[in-house]
Design a protein around this ligand. Structure first.
Ligand SMILES: [Zn+2]
Length: 135
């Protein structure tokens, strides 16, 4: 499973920049699900709605699970995540195949970069601002 830092490092600068335009609306947070806080399987889960103002003001649903040592599992229901991110992040154990058909993104992400979409990045930034993740 990847760390938040690793995902941010592999996400292109234009996505990082555009993530600042995304509005974040936290819906629910659940702390230390699954196990006792000290165990590696325990995580904090954040359910967040995101949207980018513009012509297509779509609302996206994000789930961010933060495990020990800032390892993360994420998902977003946007097309960019589905076609560019889901396959590679799934190989690293940082998401599940929920939106795509699970086939390799030969054209969109041929080198399988562990990048995220603007919505996931904006959720990371939000959680950082709130002091809920450490990086
Ligand atoms: Zn997204």
């Amino acid at each position: 499973m990847l760390t938040i830092k690793q995902i941010i490092k592999e996400t292109p600068a234009n996505i990082m920049k555009r993530s600042f335009e995304v509005q974040v609306k936290p819906m629910k947070s659940m702390l230390w699900l699954n196990k006792e806080p000290d165990t590696p399987e325990a995580y904090n889960e954040f359910i967040i709605k995101t949207s980018r103002p513009g012509i297509q003001h779509k609302i996206h649903n994000n789930i961010i699970r933060v495990f020990r040592r800032d390892r993360v599992w994420v998902t977003c229901d946007c097309d960019f995540f589905k076609y560019n991110c889901e396959f590679s992040l799934n190989r690293s154990g940082s998401t599940d195949i929920l939106h795509s058909n699970g086939s390799m993104p030969k054209i969109k992400n041929p080198f399988l970069r562990n990048l995220a979409c603007i919505h996931i990045i904006s959720c990371f930034m939000y959680l950082q601002r709130k002091g809920l993740i450490s990086t």
